[in-house]
Design a protein around this ligand. Sequence first.
Ligand code: RIB
Ligand code: CA
Length: 335
Amino acid sequence: MTSHPFYLDCDTGIDDALALAYLLASPQADVQGIGTVSGNVSAAVGARNTLDLLQLAGHAHIPVALGAHDPLAGSFGGGAPWVHGENGIGEVALSASAVGLAAETAAEMLVRLAHQHPGTLRVLAIGPLSNIAEALRLEPELPRLVEEITIMGGAALAPGNITPVAEANIANDPEAAALVLSADWDITLVPLDVTMANVLEESHRQELLASSGPVPRALGEMLGYYFRFYEGIYGRPCSAMHDPLAAALAVGAVKPALAPVVRAAVDTSSGPGRGQTVCDMRGLYAGYPEVKGARCRVVLSLEEEFAPHLVDALLDFFEDGEGTTAALASAGSAA
Ligand code: RIB
Ligand code: CA
């Protein structure tokens, strides 16, 4: 199985933590570096969570770079503690990693990795797109150096989750998202249309909690907090699977059922549409014929249910495989 070099850009975040663990568990992904950005929490808190999670998972060697604290316009709004907890990981206390941050910014790390792996680096962006926009400014050739970019963000036909039309990652830095979506590359967009339709149930959470591995157990505890927020939306304890689903699509472990390639733009006005991903979905009426010049593959549905795959992948790796040994040897346990 081919393993692709990956750069992960995140705002860790409960579902970011799941995505990170999933990537570590994926034989198709070789995570070369991680950058953080303010979103669910500040970029600094997200970096701390990422370092601690990497240590718990026995992957403390993966470098973590601090990224943008503020969006391109305006300033960081304070995150989403009502969704992810004050510490971003559902108030779960992880052992503090002794590893420090990389001596480069997240955008610099992305540019460096793109030059080290020309044509093969895959980028997975699961937070606001501030760092990716900055990397495009630093290296205008980035679209030709990167093999693929997958973005969790936006809403194509579905409503938003932070305004009636805007999804959080895009709404937290619309100017950056507009730059990234209009750059000269093909994008896979994983919007709310598909992430809200793929939920993790309480039975899945119990499977994680029952694991002998500290990583699945910590994720199960974090999900308890996340489920309480999503219970207000779905009416039962469960949650959407935004970021891990984007990770699974980026590594190619799950396949889209419907993913039209369309033109997509971001509303950067100051009106009620600010942060909306304006995806041209008119092809719906004609079965989505090919559109000349369209670059954005918008994942609308999957071939198979995602949650069982996610849980199996995490349990297989962190209970039976390399992850268990590494995690137990290096990490201690989650509180
Ligand atoms: O809207 C969902 C996205 O916003 C996810 O990436 C979540 O972690 C937050 O960043
Ligand atoms: Ca995220």
